[in-house]
Design a protein around this ligand. Structure first.
Ligand SMILES: [Zn+2]
Length: 450
């Protein structure tokens, strides 16, 4: 992963002087090389040269120290306080989050990328690899952050590409103690290792955010269609969910303990982006995800974009998991994003010993928004995640209805304009939670909550 343009230079510099900040594009002007020559060609008396030289040298030294040295004090020209003193407007900075969950001498702080816009605005936070084996978000954050020009940005964009550094190093979803970090937010400074780590991230970074996008993928050999999971019962979150271009939206309040849910409860407008498979870097998915976040930044006024055509954004108020009733080799007959009808064959499960084959059929008219990759499965395995088409409606339309109190095309339960129809629907498949695509009984036996 080689960053493009000026960012690559900054990465190299950071290898040597990692704790300093650098002004990428807002550096103070240096003396132009031609200045002395011009002066020497002029008719300035010789006795003026000594003081003039002194002034020139002093100016050069000051300019150099401003660029490479500690951040200058700019009074009100600063952004939010994150992981240290307030960030300086118009800069790209590396800062480091030390979770304290290691021996002090062996601790490797987690890098945090901060684009601090030249103009004030909201603080948008992007988190990736809360599950250490989910790689698409790491690349999405790199692409978005290094693509921003601090001088043309309003507000602050904070990227934590790899939250779970321990899991990332081991290609594991979990923390070293087998706990799922995304069940421990907002954390507890006196709790388990996972709770302390969650508390540290939450207090040091997340609490400073106006908006949060936590990026995930499917888990355990499953893949997800690019989708935003959002509590559409909250007007501010509904508004946020509308800003991701044409990425689908799934109404979901979020499981207790997830970063998204904890952020929402702290008053931060938060959504989860689900995109692709774990343990893989998928260029097409990364592009879709990065474009969605760029749409979001433009929508929030963090960046300025030429007029963008409104995009159709499907939203699913309900979803269902179709499971394998028998064990065997699962082979899918449908693809991610495909629309399916009631009774349509989704896949087959074949016992490799008896050659007995069973079918998994769709119980609803819907769209495949998540699915298992072909593999050997056990009875009860959650294989196809279907968004209900009868419960879908354009997000823009839903928001409009919410604002006017008038319904358009109706979702399956209640009128669109009825606020209650946008609140969590009782009876919705409980497996449909942030990234929790399998019930806990299907996880490793030692994976548990405290
Ligand atoms: Zn995840």
């Amino acid at each position: 992963m080689v960053p493009e343009g000026p960012s690559a230079r900054t990465l190299r510099q950071s290898t040597f002087v990692s704790t300093r900040s650098f002004k990428l594009r807002a550096s103070p002007p240096k003396n132009k090389p031609g200045t002395l020559k011009t002066l020497s060609n002029s008719v300035i008396p010789i006795w003026l040269w000594l003081p003039l030289s002194f002034v020139l040298v002093a100016t050069a030294v000051v300019a150099e120290s401003v660029e490479r040295g500690p951040r200058p004090s700019l009074g009100g020209e600063v952004g939010p306080r994150i992981l240290g003193p307030p960030v300086t407007r118009g800069t790209f900075e590396y800062r480091y989050w030390a979770s304290g969950q290691s021996l002090v001498g062996l601790s490797v702080p987690t890098p945090v990328l901060i684009v601090s816009g030249a103009q004030p605005g909201p603080t948008v936070c992007l988190t990736g690899a809360v599950h250490g084996d989910e790689l698409n978000g790491v690349e999405i954050i790199r692409r978005v952050l290094f693509g921003l020009d601090p001088t043309q940005t309003n507000g602050t964009v904070v990227g934590v590409p790899i939250v779970n550094l321990h899991g990332f190093r081991r290609s594991s979803r979990y923390l070293p103690d087998r706990r799922d970090l995304n069940r421990f937010f907002p954390g507890d400074a006196r709790g388990s290792s996972a709770a302390r780590l969650a508390q540290s991230l939450f207090s040091e970074i997340v609490r400073h955010c106006s908006y949060l996008v936590d990026i995930h993928t499917g888990s355990f050999h499953r893949t997800n269609l690019a989708q935003i999971r959002a509590d559409l019962g909250d007007a501010s979150i509904l508004k946020l969910a509308r800003m991701f271009g044409d990425i689908a939206v799934l109404n979901n309040p979020g499981t207790v303990g997830t970063l998204r849910r904890a952020a929402m409860e702290a008053g931060i407008a938060a959504v989860t982006m689900e995109i692709g498979e774990p343990l893989r870097l998928q260029p097409e998915q990364v592009e879709v995800g990065a474009n969605g976040i760029l749409d979001l930044l433009a929508g929030l006024g963090v960046t300025v974009r030429d007029e963008v055509k409104p995009k159709v954004q499907p939203v699913y108020y309900q979803s269902t998991w179709s499971r394998a009733d028998d064990g065997g080799i699962l082979l899918a007959e449908v693809g991610l994003g495909e629309t399916v009808s009631v009774g349509q064959l989704l896949g087959t499960v074949t016992d490799p010993i008896t050659n007995e084959r069973k079918s998994i059929v769709s119980p609803v008219e819907g769209r495949v928004i998540g699915m298992a990759i072909n593999q050997v499965v056990m009875p009860g395995f959650a294989a196809f995640h279907l968004g209900h088409l009868t419960g879908s409606v354009g997000v823009a339309q839903a928001a409009k209805s919410l604002a006017t109190g008038r319904g358009g095309r109706q979702p399956s339960r209640g009128a669109v304009g009825d606020l209650s129809s946008l609140t969590p629907i009782p009876g919705v498949d409980e497996d449909v939670s942030d990234d929790l695509v399998v019930p806990e009984t299907e996880m490793e036996p030692d994976d548990h909550r405290e």
